[in-house]
Design a protein around this ligand. Structure first.
Ligand code: PEP
Length: 261
């Protein structure tokens, strides 16, 4: 892990209207301290992104899109492109399990989105992970391998450091079921091994790999201390400002421990 800056991403999913999102941001801004060693990223719905971008203190928070379409413009009714999000967000989730499994996004959509994000100066957070069935069948490594290759096949080694990989076991996301730390370490190793194979050791080492799946402030410190894990993707718990702030504090403390150690 070359980059020691931790990333904490709050995925608000399809929650909070314009008014609620603005109030929430105001509340969170009063709590979260800007730390140089922690990047705090908020992923509200697309509806609220622009207005939050006018309120947000960029030194305190970055913004992420939860989704977008990969073409830059054209006749695609109902879609928003990465080129339209440029300058409003610094990050975008790509291939979140809810998009893969509820909206049937496939590897081609996902690789096009990863490339569109990079083309528009937005860091893609590529989410990968196995379902409960794949895990029970011993296919976790194969799934991670396929989803990495599927998502990154348009990306060069020079572009790779723009990408964040989120390991999110599907059976854990939104399910109040957390993965065992050993399994998360093993998945992070598999991911880096695969990246090394594709891009070489230096590029693979520079990539930030984060974990997500039912993490709360109680479990955050343990995951943040795992080797090869550079941050967390938080869904449900990010909707509670106090909880989310506690998680950010844990990320800061874990960076201090790394520096001191
Ligand atoms: C997510 O939405 O990426 C996520 C990890 O959700 P939750 O924390 O609710 O499992």
């Amino acid at each position: 892990m070359a980059n020691q800056k931790k990333i904490i991403v709050g995925n608000w999913k399809m929650n909070l209207n314009l008014h609620e999102a603005s109030l929430y941001l105001h509340k969170l801004s009063g709590m979260v301290k800007a730390h140089r060693d922690v990047e705090v990223v908020l992923a509200p719905t697309i509806l609220t992104l622009q207005s939050l971008s006018l309120q947000v203190n960029w030194r305190q928070f970055k913004l992420a899109a939860q989704n977008f379409y990969w073409r830059d413009h054209g006749s695609f009714t109902g879609e928003v492109s990465a080129s339209q999000l440029r300058g409003i967000v610094q990050y975008a989730l790509v291939g979140h399990s809810e998009r893969r499994h509820i909206f049937n996004e496939n590897d081609k959509d996902i690789r096009n989105k990863v490339a569109a994000a990079i083309r528009n100066n937005i860091r893609p957070i590529l989410c990968i992970g196995e379902t409960a069935w794949e895990r029970a069948s011993g296919e976790t490594n194969d799934v991670l391998h396929d989803q990495l290759i599927g998502g990154l096949s348009n990306i060069t080694s020079e572009e790779l450091d723009q990408v964040v990989i989120a390991y999110e076991p599907v059976w854990s996301v939104g399910m109040n079921q957390i993965a065992k730390p050993d399994d998360v370490v093993a998945a992070a190793k598999t991911i880096r091994r695969q990246l090394e194979h594709l891009y070489g050791p230096a590029a693979a080492d520079a990539v930030q790999v984060i974990y997500g799946g039912s993490v709360t402030s109680d479990a955050a410190a343990a995951y943040l201390a795992l080797p090869g894990i550079d941050g967390l993707l938080i869904g449900g718990a990010s909707l509670d400002a106090h909880e989310f702030n506690e998680i950010v504090k844990k990320a800061h403390n874990s960076s201090l421990l790394i520096k001191e150690g």
